[in-house]
Design a protein around this ligand. Structure first.
Ligand code: HEM
Ligand SMILES: *[C@@H]1O[C@H](CO)[C@@H](O)[C@H](O)[C@H]1NC(C)=O
Ligand SMILES: *[C@@H]1O[C@H](CO)[C@@H](O)[C@H](O)[C@H]1NC(C)=O
Ligand SMILES: *[C@@H]1O[C@H](CO)[C@@H](O)[C@H](O)[C@H]1NC(C)=O
Ligand SMILES: *[C@@H]1O[C@H](CO)[C@@H](O)[C@H](O)[C@H]1NC(C)=O
Ligand SMILES: *[C@@H]1O[C@H](CO)[C@@H](O)[C@H](O)[C@H]1NC(C)=O
Ligand SMILES: *[C@@H]1O[C@H](CO)[C@@H](O)[C@H](O)[C@H]1NC(C)=O
Length: 523
């Protein structure tokens, strides 16, 4: 009797251990799911925060089923490295939605599967537009837009009028990226028209929430959304066609007339020109195994680059300025650095950046606390064993950049805005302790590996320069109505709004105050 009981208990223990062993050997931990909707009920609109809360309960990797979509969420640097580096090729693709396909002519760059086409456009975009060298080639365009912003702020300062930076910063971003890609806009009204169309198009990307990935919701919402996508797509198509037609006209004249283009235009061969060259090349050599590259691919690439760049850059800039308004001691230190490096009467410019480490550290600290994309989002291309877990094919991977950047395990006083942490040198080697290029997995604002953001060199020139210029020339005053009372006195609200990116909940509207009475000279 006793022996039987012991055997029975032993059997139970063994069964438990075996089942546990098998469970552990399969999916990562997962909370209780409801029928049909799976784990949707656990998510708030600020998904990165919901994921963060879940990771505190379930550990640094967990599994969810959002409707029919299996997801794995990762929130520790060690596991992020496992997924994004050790198993890079298993998580190298992204999940494309029908709206993205439509908007980008089924020729997206950011959503292209890893393969010959992706390699082709990644190389092309990098070499001709986004590498450090190409970015430098387009400096005159950026200088012109920096000056435009300064003139606007100076005018507002003179009139003591508020300026809506939530509107002006995306405009700067659009004008810079648009003109780098399409060539100089011939007039302000042209720029404005382009900006409105592009904004509508990028808004469609921004409107994705998780329900769009879900079979049931997708069907319910499809009709209305699809119509809007088509209408926007149409407008965008007409706009880009206009630019392409103009370019083609110019190119024809060039061939016929020899020297009808202005010296300036010849000097900088625009990105669009290079793309059109490629279209011709691919047309005449379809047989040699090259990838297909048609007019639609050109348009798709342009849509994609617009949508990847404008919100991310302007949102980061807004957060940075808001943090500086809340941290006058950081602003003071930054201003001292600029005044030390740049002689009086000269405007700070991109070439000063190597001498402005503190300004760069401020940008990096903003990317840490407010990464415009809260996740690195990928898809599992083949069933993979990662650590002790097996991840099924087609599982979505979310690496929670936002959560890792706020985890006290990875950072000292993580919620403090302290740019100095990016100036600290490593004890072992004398390089910067934290790298922005995805080598330190607690800090991945631009992702990591082969699919790291190709816009990084442009971003790290444009944003620190804009910031330095604003710090050098203006003080920004907020009225106080948009502030909240805290133990440190009044501070600007720092809430987030839900969305594909992570923007500020409230608009940034300030009155600029000029620091100089006489206009400053541009180098
Ligand atoms: C504050 C600025 C920006 C941030 C924080 C940012 C962040 C990111 C992140 C996190 C990814 C995903 C990387 C991965 O999966 O590992 C990405 C991809 C991408 N970004 Fe950015 N980005 C910014 C600006 C830009 C700009 C200015 C451009 C272009 C002009 C750009 C173009 C792209 C493209 C094309 C991809 C897809 C790359 C691929 O799949 O191969 N981004 N970005
Ligand atoms: C995804 O990536 C793999 C490489 O890891 C590639 O072979 C595959 O064709 C890609 N495309 C899709 C749609 O999975
Ligand atoms: C996009 O291309 C893929 C494969 O090339 C195809 O399966 C899909 O149906 C296409 N989608 C659209 C909207 O054309
Ligand atoms: C600021 O601009 C944004 C974007 O255009 C707009 O939605 C918002 O209403 C504006 N806010 C104010 C106070 O003008
Ligand atoms: C997100 O999904 C909900 C349905 O769950 C839908 O009502 C909403 O319009 C979608 N878009 C945005 C921007 O919230
Ligand atoms: C080239 O330009 C010059 C002056 O700009 C003009 O005199 C000359 O006729 C042009 N040549 C051709 C072939 O158009
Ligand atoms: C903040 O405190 C001041 C008094 O110190 C008060 O007048 C004001 O209404 C408060 N604002 C908010 C948003 O609570």
């Amino acid at each position: 009797m006793v022996i039987e009981l012991v055997l029975f208990i032993l059997f139970l223990v063994l069964a438990f251990l075996i089942s546990k062993h098998f469970r552990v050997n399969h999916l990562p931990p997962s909370p209780f799911a409801l029928p049909i909707i799976g784990h949707f009920h656990l998510l708030s609109p600020l998904i990165h925060r919901s994921f963060h809360d879940l990771s505190r309960r379930l550990g640094p990797v967990f599994f969810l089923r959002l409707g029919s979509l299996p997801c794995v969420v990762v929130s520790s640097p060690e596991l992020a490295k496992e997924f994004l580096k050790t198993h890079e090729l298993s998580f190298i693709n992204r999940s494309e939605t029908t709206a993205v396909e439509r908007m980008t002519y089924n020729a997206s760059f950011a959503f292209a599967p890893y393969g010959p086409y992706w390699k082709f456009i990644r190389k092309l975009s990098t070499n001709e537009l986004l590498s450090g060298r190409s970015v430098d080639k387009f400096l005159p365009i950026r200088n012109q837009e920096y000056m435009r912003l300064i003139r606007l702020l100076a005018k507002k300062a003179k009139a003591c009028e508020p300026v809506n930076l939530s509107e002006e910063l995306p405009r700067v971003g659009h004008n810079i990226i648009g003109q780098m890609m399409l060539g100089k806009y011939s007039s302000a009204s042209r720029a404005e028209k382009a900006r409105l169309v592009v904004r509508e198009a990028t808004k469609i990307f921004g409107e994705f929430n998780f329900s769009d990935f879900n079979g049931i919701w997708k069907k319910l919402d499809l009709q209305g959304f699809q119509k809007r996508i088509d209408a926007t797509h149409h407008k965008f198509d007409a706009l880009v066609e206009e630019f392409i037609a103009e370019r083609e006209e110019l190119r024809k004249k060039n061939i016929d007339g020899g020297n009808s283009t202005s010296a300036e235009e010849k000097d900088v061969k625009g990105f669009l020109d290079v793309l059109l060259d490629k279209v011709e090349e691919c047309k005449s050599s379809t047989e040699n195994g090259e990838v297909e590259f048609s007019r639609n691919n050109v348009k798709g690439l342009i849509t994609d680059l617009f949508s990847a760049s404008i919100d991310t850059t302007s949102i980061s800039m807004e957060w940075t300025l808001a943090e500086l308004i809340n941290h006058p001691e950081v602003l003071k230190k930054a201003r001292e650095e600029i005044d030390r490096v740049v002689e009086t009467g000269r405007l700070v410019g991109e070439s000063d950046l190597p001498n402005l480490p503190y300004i760069q550290a401020i940008m990096k600290e903003t990317f840490r606390l407010h990464p415009p994309l809260a996740f690195v989002a990928r898809k599992c291309t083949q069933q993979s064993k990662v650590g002790k877990y097996i991840i099924p094919e087609n599982t979505m991977l979310f690496v929670n950049i936002w959560a890792m950047a706020r985890d006290p395990k990875n950072w000292e006083n993580p919620l403090e805005f302290r740019p100095e942490r990016f100036l600290q040198l490593d004890a072992d080697d004398s390089t910067n302790a934290i790298d922005i290029r995805g080598q330190h997995f607690q800090y991945l604002p631009f992702g990591s590996g082969r699919r790291i953001c190709p816009g990084l060199p442009l971003t790290m020139k444009m944003l620190p320069t804009l910031l330095a210029i604003m710090i050098q020339c203006f003080d920004l005053k907020v009225s106080g109505a948009e502030c909240k009372n805290t133990s440190n006195g009044k501070v600007l609200e720092m809430d987030e709004r839900p969305g594909f990116t992570t923007p500020r909940a409230s608009d940034l509207v300030c009155v600029p105050v000029s620091r100089f009475s006489s206009p400053i000279k541009y180098p």
